[in-house]
Design a protein. Sequence first.
Length: 367
Amino acid sequence: MKIILATALYPPEIDNISSYVRDLVKYLQPENQITVLTYANQVIKTPGAGMVIVNKKQPLALRLFKYTLKLLKISKQADIIYVQNSIAAGLPAIVVKWFRKISVIVNFNEDETYKRAFNLHLTTKTLEQFLIKPQGGLKINLLIFLQGLILRQSSVVVVPSAESAKLVGDVYRVGEKKIKINYPVKERHEILPFTPKIISHQIFTTNCPDTIVQALALVKERFADVKLIMAGDRKNNKELIKKLNLTNNINFLGRISSAEAWYLRQSSQIYIHNSSGIDELLQSFLAGIPVIATDTALIRDLFSNYQCGLVVKFGGIQELAETIDLLFTRPATIQKIINNAKENLQARFSWQAHLSKLKTIFELAVK
């Protein structure tokens, strides 16, 4: 099969999409003819794959035009265009689909518009809240419109979870038959020059709302040495922390490297997951640290059929404190959770599982 991987990013760019496409080339190219189209000044070439580059330093309109022309040219004999979700790659792919009548599969691994609005501090809403009532002005609304157009005009939309499938169907009005779930791959981890030792009663998180702080105050009544390590951009409530006498029990690190985050996962007793992202959760599975997660549709999907973490209700301060206490005192429960998480990773989040599902999607798309 002749496959074009249309992406906005490719190594040496550092991003999950970039790494995914690079690895995908390696796994697909023994049995398929692969061509990668990307925006770049230079790329790290992958043996066995063709590389086509559009200069990313040119003005936006010119970049899009050249990307579309090059995609039109290289797609002449292709069977599939597999687009990594971004408007810069998706819009040209849909234009080419209209001309070539070729199958375009969009990998909707994350919502680009929401990610942009969140990183620019234009919204503090959840993804679903944001898409129902967007924040960010005319430009953001235009991007949402274009994103919806790309998804509706594509042949297949691949999503990373059942929750994403529902969101794409409800918000972007994509037909149910067009949406296919293929869980993301999580096999790569950091390699440290030493083996971290677990620090007793240490908790790690990458998102620390007030409810975690309040739960920590309850945990401290029994475990005076409890320590919460938080990484990320979220501003902490200093007044609440001071009021609850937790100044010496909470350490806010701000942004840290992936190696530092990996060390903290492996040296902590618990990871508290309190965000809408998948990657941080799967990284914790991979690191072998038990997870406590807020009960959402996404978590229920990712945990389904596997007792690979403990779930607490949103805002459940007492419940969270009791769950932390349970993991601090039940080593057998911790080991069971870790073992089940590894089984879950292998069954649904390995390259073997991902490629098997992707192969089926490709074959159905070209029929």
